[in-house]
Design a protein around this ligand. Sequence first.
Ligand code: NAD
Length: 435
Amino acid sequence: MKKIAVVGTGYVGLVTGVALSEVGHEVTCIDIDEAKVARMQRGESPIYEPGLDDVMKRNIDAGRLHFTTNHNEGFTGKEVIYIAVGTPEREDGTADLQYVDQVAVDIASHVKQDVVVVTKSTVPVGTNDYILRTIKEHLTNGVAVSIVSNPEFLREGNAVYDAFNGDRIVVGADDKWAGDMIEEINKPFNIPVYRTDVRSAEMIKYASNAFLATKISFINEIANICEKLGANIEDVSAGMGMDGRIGHQFLRAGIGYGGSCFPKDTKALTQIASYVDHNFELLNSVIRVNNYQHHILPEKAKKVMDTLKGKRVALLGLAFKPNTDDMRESPAITMSEELLLAGAEVVGYDPIAMDNARKTMPEGVSYVGSVEEALTGADAAFLVTDWDEFKALDLSVFREKMAQPLVFDGRNCYGLDQAAEAGLDYYSIGRAPVV
Ligand code: NAD
């Protein structure tokens, strides 16, 4: 079992650190956010991720999982350091590497023994070479450093499950011994390991996200065409997905992808391509289709309702997808901006993401603590996130609570018959309206 440091305790770093400790490694997680570290030291997860608290507590109690804000302390005696800090989007769409840069300098300043650095963060092709150069430039002693690209594929909301049941672990190493060490560390997970070189591993991550985003934009375009032709997208995608070459996953029409990865990674990949004079036309279209899709519910509402001015609109769901509290790039944000601009009164409810929503949603949105409160007196309801709570609703609540039972469903949560039986005026994605 290895002594490991994980730098950055967001969705990726914390889950990585917790999972590595669960299989027996001794792990210290380092973060610069003191409040976060204090919470984790008390055994509380600072993010909502089903099952995380329990595994975390178990390993803290077993003495295998530690948290600190001190890089020097965290790196002491460690043979492997994972980088899991954010690589957010800069205004021009490129990946912002300032946090990765800082970690490289921190590693160089504090390591006192040979170490393998493992990059979990999603970084543009060539970045691992650059990280290694930066570390070597700043090293003041003669320790040996090698680097491995080990991109992360977890899904927020399923991160703990994915850590133990992922489809593959990609290990990109130009030094065979360093790759062997990371493969060995991951052996207890019993997940297939795919070995490759560093640059190919970096590209696997971007290409995978770009491909999934492409599937989403593809089915959304088909949905928009279905709507005009009188076909039903739910039947179309079910029939398509039965083809094993296509598959059912990521074939659900909706209001477009959001979150902390797809939007930034698709944009970053078009930039990476442009550096080598390649215009990634397909991916540019995927991004354009997605941007359009974020506006589709407000656009429908503007057509159906004479005006949105002074109308109360209930947003059911604010997180970018169910089972997470992550609000980054949630369609709820663009949607609210558009509704507020049109003069609507916007009231939001989410089962889990309310705290983060208050920090990220546009000013002017108000919040309530339940579906019923959100719907009370509303002129329209928008289903933004397909939380189980909303899918399981007794649809009579819309008639009972709303000023008029007008529902715009961005996630096709209900069957058309169900909506008709409940007496709703129901507009969904890629299906005929129920009026
Ligand atoms: P995050 O923003 O949730 O967390 C990053 C953490 O790093 C923060 O807690 C921050 O305080 C900390 N940090 C920043 N600089 C630091 C430093 N110098 N030392 C110690 N800690 C520092 O990020 P995330 O969502 O976990 O994503 C991390 C990386 O993984 C990104 O590159 C992302 O693209 C990639 N990724 C994310 C997901 C996902 O679902 N969130 C999935 C796969 C890959």
